[in-house]
Design a protein around this ligand. Structure first.
Ligand SMILES: C[S@@+](CC[C@H](N)C(=O)[O-])C[C@H]1O[C@@H](n2cnc3c(N)ncnc32)[C@H](O)[C@@H]1O
Length: 459
């Protein structure tokens, strides 16, 4: 595992995170291994996930084991914190009035300035009294009225410490302190904090949101999650018992990050839960994450013998794209690649056919690296791929006789064109590529170049 995690770290963005799911048997060993690889200070959290119900367990334990764990490391905790300042929140749909949020300020009355105080780290603060205010109970509110009046409905508490004394808050009536926030995310905002008879007021609007006619309560995300997995076996329309994860778990992990254009890699993809979760979560929060799933093609016995990639993972992703069990997800597409040994001979003894095949495959790799997955044209000399914004072209024959034609072809494109040229010569004359603004000549990545040089006996 050490080598794989080390490689995974190399693939992560500087602001990226890795999640590793594990059960109690190997948790301690994995934690030490990850501390070693990612650094103890980069641990973001250890999440305990309740995935089983004791009722359904045949365990003979003193204490029933219902948990799995998710270790979460940042590649670089400083970058992670800078990029992800928004804290993740949990949402619960409220179907009735919430807790002691049962009073409403019907009328704030007229404000009367009382005094100005100043406090270190905060600066000047004004204290006002509300005169002729009116407060009532929310008992007779319908849920809709309750939701719509969120910014007037409140619970009141005795504030901790000596807040009332320190800030000289009047002990009676409706009062508020007003000040400008000078620190943190909402720096510059004017803050109004209300008090009723010296008790601090928490407004319902601070802990809820109202969307599509539903009232949601927000709470800070903690590291204990309850993810029931009763219908796990049916998820994705495929059957897999060897560590299939609940979709809701993956969705919750993904949903914590509202990052645009995120790429999620799962290199132990199994039944492909990560892929399905990315597509569903994208629908829910209107983001456009992409996923890369990697798995070997081991045989698993699920009653019948099946291969994990060809019979389970890929069919599952196809099911999700095409819609299954009344679910319809549109607008996704997938490319499916196999890794295999190329050519008939060893790298020390390649023939021309092997060389051409290897270079062709390198062209596909460059297309993946550029995220231009649609093949446009392939011939003996070049390959062209595209996406909606960009063209990637690869010229990979030493013969220069067709290079002029290639240049002409490249010049005919209006989109941004990225050009790669395989050559054993140090510098190849690339005519007037550079003079066109939409053309970007790129160096072949070092690992691919090294293989290329090796097969052509250049090193
Ligand atoms: C526990 S399963 C992952 C289950 C997955 N989270 C899901 O929800 O279905 C681990 C998967 O990793 C795959 N695997 C094991 N060794 C591998 C390797 N060296 N390279 C790629 N995949 C591998 C196995 O085939 C297995 O399907």
């Amino acid at each position: 595992m050490w080598k794989r995690l080390e490689l995974a770290k190399g693939l992560m963005k500087d602001s990226g995170v890795i999640f590793i799911s594990i059960d109690i048997n190997e948790l301690a060993q994995l934690k030490l291994l990850c501390d070693d690889i990612f650094g103890e200070s980069n641990l973001v959290s250890l999440i305990s996930v309740k995935v089983k119900d004791p009722a359904g367990l045949g365990q003979q334990s003193f204490i029933f084991d219902v948990c799995e764990y998710v270790l979460m490391y940042a590649k670089n905790i400083q970058n992670f914190r800078t990029i992800h300042q928004e804290l993740p929140m949990d949402y619960e749909i409220l179907t009735k009035q919430y807790g002691s949020y049962n009073k409403v300020i019907l009328d704030f009355g007229k404000k009367k300035f009382l005094k100005e105080i100043s406090r270190p780290n905060i600066g000047p603060m004004k204290i006002y009294r509300c005169e002729d205010y009116s407060i009532n109970k929310t008992k007779n509110f319908t849920l809709k009225e309750y939701a719509k009046n969120r910014n007037k409905i409140f619970a009141d508490y005795n504030p901790g410490g000596k807040l009332v004394e320190n800030y000289e808050i009047p002990k009676s009536g409706l009062t508020y302190i007003e000040y400008k926030k000078t620190r943190g995310r909402s720096s510059g905002n004017i803050i109004k904090q209300y008090f009723l008879n010296g008790r601090i007021i928490s407004l319902l609007s601070n802990i809820t949101s109202y969307e599509d006619g539903k009232l949601f309560k927000r709470t800070k995300t903690t590291n204990i999650w309850d993810i029931p997995n009763a219908s796990l076996h049916a998820e994705g329309g495929v059957y897999f018992t060897n560590g299939k994860k609940p979709l809701k778990l993956l969705q919750k992990l993904l949903g914590m990050f509202q990052t645009k254009n995120a790429i999620i890699l799962d290199f132990f993809a199994g039944s492909g839960t990560t892929g399905e979760a990315v597509m569903i979560q994208n629908e829910e929060d209107k983001l456009n994450r992409q996923f890369i799933l990697v798995t070997n093609n081991d045989e698993v016995t699920n009653g019948k013998t099946q291969k994990i990639m060809t019979d389970i993972c890929y069919p599952r992703i196809k099911n999700v794209i095409e819609g299954y069990a009344n679910k319809n997800l549109l607008g996704n597409s997938i490319k499916y690649y196999k890794t295999a040994f190329v050519g008939e001979n060893s790298i020390l003894n390649v023939n021309d056919k092997d060389k051409i095949q290897l270079t062709y495959c390198a062209g596909e790799l460059l297309a993946i690296a550029e995220n231009t997955l649609e093949p446009v044209e392939k011939n003996e000399y070049w390959q062209i791929f595209e996406n909606e914004r960009q063209i990637t072209t690869v010229y990979f024959r030493e013969e220069q006789d067709r290079l002029r034609d290639f240049v002409k072809r490249v010049a005919s494109f209006k989109k941004t064109v990225v050009v790669y040229v395989f050559s054993w010569q140090e510098k190849i004359k690339l005519f007037d590529f550079q003079s066109k603004e939409n053309i970007n000549l790129k160096a072949i990545p070092q690992p691919i170049l090294e293989i290329y040089r090796q097969i052509h006996n250049l090193i």
